[in-house]
Design a protein around this ligand. Structure first.
Ligand SMILES: *[C@@H]1O[C@H](CO)[C@@H](O)[C@H](O)[C@H]1NC(C)=O
Ligand SMILES: [Ca+2]
Length: 348
């Protein structure tokens, strides 16, 4: 008697379990989202001395005190064009004021556009936080063997063998010893990266770079959804204070318009321990922790966030498989149970 009462109730039990798992799944996804969220441009902490905002102050005059312009860079009231859609151009903009903030977040609005069809355009542009400023060179229009951080928004796959989908955004940290290999799209010196559809969009496109307590996070807002999407998030990155923000672009045989519409730097309010405060942050050597292999996106050693945009989906798929497994087991179990009940009935 007791057993037969359990049989019909086994179905709600299955659904309770399913609901539980789904809820957990939703919670997991939402906490990931919270962890990935960035400051939403709190203007209180906007640092004007490191920002480039429309209408660009002093446009057309010789006095643009906070930013220097180089090469093909052209100013209009609506954008700063690093390169036009023409061959063999090179342009950059550099903030004149060194940045002494320990924790910051840079929001860049940009537009990459041109007449070139599929794969006949290039090369993208770079964002810099480096010791050197205003030095032209072969890496997206700037110096190689730099000291500091570079974020490359690479629109052209130079490495024909790559399985990567372009445009591709990647980061590189350098202490001057590493050279960027253009023919491999910087693959061997890359810290982390992601694919992002950043070219010839009809809507606004944004990139955010956050550096705080050794953690480097890059996010994009390029799908016209007005929300940040994780590109990568890595820890163990050490950068000094006192470096300069900049942006540069170069074209070769292939070209595009590379426009910067704004660069906004925000100070992040972060507590540091007294020991940390006592270090001379300007003396820090740019480096990436050896605990982390730059090429494979291993899990965050602190365990609270996983790097790589695919990881969320991997977790989701894993849980989905587990869920399906449980459902199959429950259904098989219920059927077997029912069969046994029927068999038992026949004996009575
Ligand atoms: C610079 O980086 C390279 C490799 O990343 C490392 O071998 C070298 O020791 C570093 N140099 C300094 C001065 O830290
Ligand atoms: Ca490239």
């Amino acid at each position: 008697m007791a057993a037969s009462r359990m049989a019909p109730s086994s179905v709600p039990w299955v659904w309770e379990l399913v609901a539980g798992v789904v809820l957990r799944l939703a919670l997991l996804m939402s906490t990931q989202h919270v962890a990935a969220e960035l400051t939403d441009g709190n203007s209180e902490h906007l640092k004007r001395e490191h920002s480039l905002i429309k209408p660009y102050q002093g446009v057309g005059s010789s006095s643009m005190p906070l930013w220097d312009f180089h090469g093909s860079t052209m100013l209009t009231s609506q954008y700063v064009r690093l390169t036009p859609d023409e061959r063999s151009k090179e342009g950059s903009i550099w903030n004149r004021v060194p940045c002494f903030l320990k924790d910051w977040e840079l929001h860049v609005q940009f537009k990459i556009h041109g007449a070139g069809k599929k794969n006949l355009h290039g090369d993208g542009f770079a964002l810099w936080y480096t010791r050197e400023r205003f030095v032209p060179g072969p890496v997206f229009g700037s110096k190689d063997n730099f000291h500091g951080l570079a974020i490359f928004l690479d629109t052209y796959p130079n490495d024909e063998a790559t399985e990567r989908v372009f445009p591709y955004i990647s980061a590189m940290v350098n202490n001057g010893s590493l050279a960027y290999d253009h023919s491999k799209d910087g693959r061997w010196t890359e810290l982390a990266g992601c694919t992002a559809d950043i070219r010839n969009q009809n809507h606004d496109t944004f990139l955010a770079v956050r550096y705080s307590q050794g953690r480097l996070t890059v996010m994009t807002d390029v799908e016209d959804k007005n929300e940040w999407k994780n590109c990568f998030d890595v820890t163990g990155v050490r950068l000094p204070t006192g470096y300069f923000f900049g942006a540069s672009a170069g074209t070769g045989d292939l070209s595009d318009n590379h426009d910067i519409i704004s660069m906004k730097l925000f100070q992040l309010q972060v507590e540091h321990s007294p020991e940390e405060e006592n270090i001379d942050w300007t003396k820090i050597e740019p480096s990436v922790s050896l605990l982390k292999s730059p090429k494979d996106n291993v899990d965050d050693p602190t365990g609270n966030f996983r790097s790589g945009p695919l990881t969320g989906w991997k977790v989701f798929l894993l849980l989905l498989c587990a869920l399906l497994g449980i459902i199959v087991c429950a259904v098989v179990g219920a059927v077997v149970f029912q069969k046994r009940q029927e068999r038992n009935k026949r004996f009575y």
